[in-house]
Design a protein around this ligand. Structure first.
Ligand code: GTP
Length: 513
């Protein structure tokens, strides 16, 4: 017993320390973290020794975090690095596909980013504590806006028969601003996630400031594009249609650095503790890979452009998948909770038989459906004989055991289609559907005999002495009878059984006039 208590005490401590570890490290530090750390390690050892015996859910958090980091590094080592190396090797190789592939992927990305923004906004609406979700939603909305603008620079997409060729300089300006803004918002997300428990955060202020800054950046992007002649940014040579000027300057490095910073911060602050943050981390590192790969490309049709696009699509795909998976998880959990709460609302907690309310509702439902025509219906009512004696002699806990035993025996004595219920303290009832009168009497008799033979049951060790029951049976004759009426008649027959000396089955007979 002492061991058992210690087990739970340790479990509580472990919860606390895990929280310190992941949520409030500074608080833990200020309160002598070394002590907590020792207890944590000790608890973990106790748990490890008990693996298989106890549920290890607590440490799932830790294990999952490590797993996510492994996936993260595997992605870098197995996908990102080899892809970048291959791309670097063949960066000049031109792919003869049309430039039209570019606006097609842009359109796909636009739809996906708009969807992500919508899903994240819904998550924020559902849980207003998650300000970082609103901010992320903002990042993807902005990205969708930039992507639409990029599409507008491909007039050929909208005009049948025209050549699909965009203004590469403007497209690059939009790409740079979209990337830098998104990376900056991811950095802000990491900060907000870290401060998610803080009540001082003014959501409206944060979101309004983001809106203003983003709009200013958007206007600046527009001003730098060819739409405006006052100021301009010339990064792509329009005649040669190549990007050597862009990548020889500092801009490429700034974009790459912003994504590197966003990746490190997201991984450090969130510790990739769940699938969502893993997806965000993978997304950031994919954007970083995107920039690194683009760095080796000069022509729009080069292999490097295609692989960079692949990483951008991949990065979006991670987020879409995890958001859809989240919806599935929430749906599954809600369904499970609903089932559990529904079951507990229709069951009697002591015996797990149906409760009185469900029992009467089920009978009424059966009568209302007019399924009664031609089907034999019967009601049994059973009461434990001298039950007060069990309570008085052995105490109420033993009395409860007797009730559980009789309920268990009732359920075992019935067929699957019958409905057993506990309708009162030590009173039970069953609705027997589609059985002949002989079969119903046989069921009632079987129930009575089974109850009296507790030595051969699973309860042999807990029932102190023989238990008997008195059973009343009523066969429904009139299609217009009510559930309460049927139970009352079976109850009357049960009282006759009590009067006849108990431990017997009596069938209800209409009193003669
Ligand atoms: N342990 C326990 N006792 C209960 C519960 N519900 C009702 N009782 C007790 O069950 C007893 C019912 O006793 P009575 O109806 O007087 O009659 P009896 O002793 O069963 O004798 P009979 O005349 O054979 O019915 C009362 O003492 C109630 O307190 C319960 O959920 N658990």
């Amino acid at each position: 017993m002492a061991d058992f208590n210690c087990f739970f005490l340790s479990k509580m401590m472990a919860v606390k320390i895990l929280r310190f570890n992941q949520r409030d490290y500074t608080f833990a530090k200020a309160h002598d973290f070394s002590v907590c750390d020792n207890i944590f390690r000790m608890t973990k050892r106790i748990y490890s020794q008990r693996r298989g015996m106890s549920d290890m859910k607590l440490f799932d958090v830790e294990d999952k975090r490590k797993m996510n980091f492994m996936v993260f590094f595997l992605y870098i080592v197995v996908v990102l690095v080899p892809f970048s190396v291959i791309t670097h090797r063949y960066y000049m190789r031109e792919i003869p596909s049309a430039e039209s592939l570019y606006p097609v992927t842009t359109a796909i990305l636009f739809v996906l980013h708009a969807l992500i923004a919508f899903f994240m906004l819904m998550q924020y609406m559902a849980n207003r504590k998650k300000l970082y979700m609103a901010v992320l939603s903002f990042a993807y909305s902005l990205s969708a806006l930039y992507l639409v603008c990029k599409l507008l620079y491909y007039p050929g997409v909208f005009m049948a028969g025209s050549v699909i060729e965009g203004n590469l300089n403007d497209l690059s300006i939009y790409w740079i601003f979209r990337s830098i803004t998104m990376a900056a918002v991811f950095v802000l997300t990491a900060y907000l996630y870290r401060r998610r428990d803080s009540i001082q955060l003014n959501h409206r202020l944060v979101l309004s400031m983001m809106l203003v800054v983003s709009l200013l950046l958007f206007v600046l992007t527009y001003m730098l594009s060819s739409e405006n002649s006052l100021i301009g940014l010339d990064i792509v040579s329009a005649d040669e249609r190549n990007y050597s000027k862009l990548w020889s300057g500092k801009i490429g490095y700034i974009v790459a650095l912003s994504w590197a910073l966003a990746t490190v911060l997201i991984a450090y602050v969130t510790r990739l503790k769940n699938t969502f943050w893993l997806a965000i981390g993978l997304s950031c590192i994919s954007y970083f890979g995107n920039v690194v790969i683009l760095h080796s490309s000069i022509y729009i049709n080069s292999f490097a452009w295609r692989s960079a696009r692949f990483f951008e699509v991949l990065s979006t795909f991670f987020i879409v998948t995890v958001l859809l998976y989240d919806i599935f998880v929430v749906y599954k959990k809600t369904l499970k909770k609903y089932r559990v709460s529904y079951e507990s609302s229709i069951r009697d907690p002591l015996t797990n038989l149906y409760n009185r309310r469900y029992y009467y509702d089920a009978m009424k439902g059966y009568f209302d459906n007019k399924n009664t025509g031609g089907v034999n219906l019967a009601v049994l009512v059973a009461d434990i004989d001298y039950f007060k004696h069990f309570n008085d002699t052995y105490g109420h806990i033993k009395g409860d055991e007797v009730i559980k035993y009789v309920a268990y025996t009732l359920a075992r004595s019935l067929r699957d289609e019958d409905i057993p219920s506990r309708i009162g303290g030590e009173e039970f009832s069953a609705f027997v559907i589609g059985a002949t009168q002989e079969e119903v009497c046989a069921i009632a008799e079987r129930f009575r005999i089974n109850v009296s033979q507790h030595e051969t049951s699973d309860f042999s060790g807990t029932i102190p002495e023989q238990v008997t029951i008195s059973v009343g049976v009523y066969f429904m004759v009139d299609a217009d009878e009510t559930a309460e009426g049927c139970v009352a008649k079976a109850d009357a027959a049960m009282y006759q059984a009590k009067q006849s000396g108990r431990n017997c089955v009596v069938v209800y007979r209409e009193p003669s006039a």
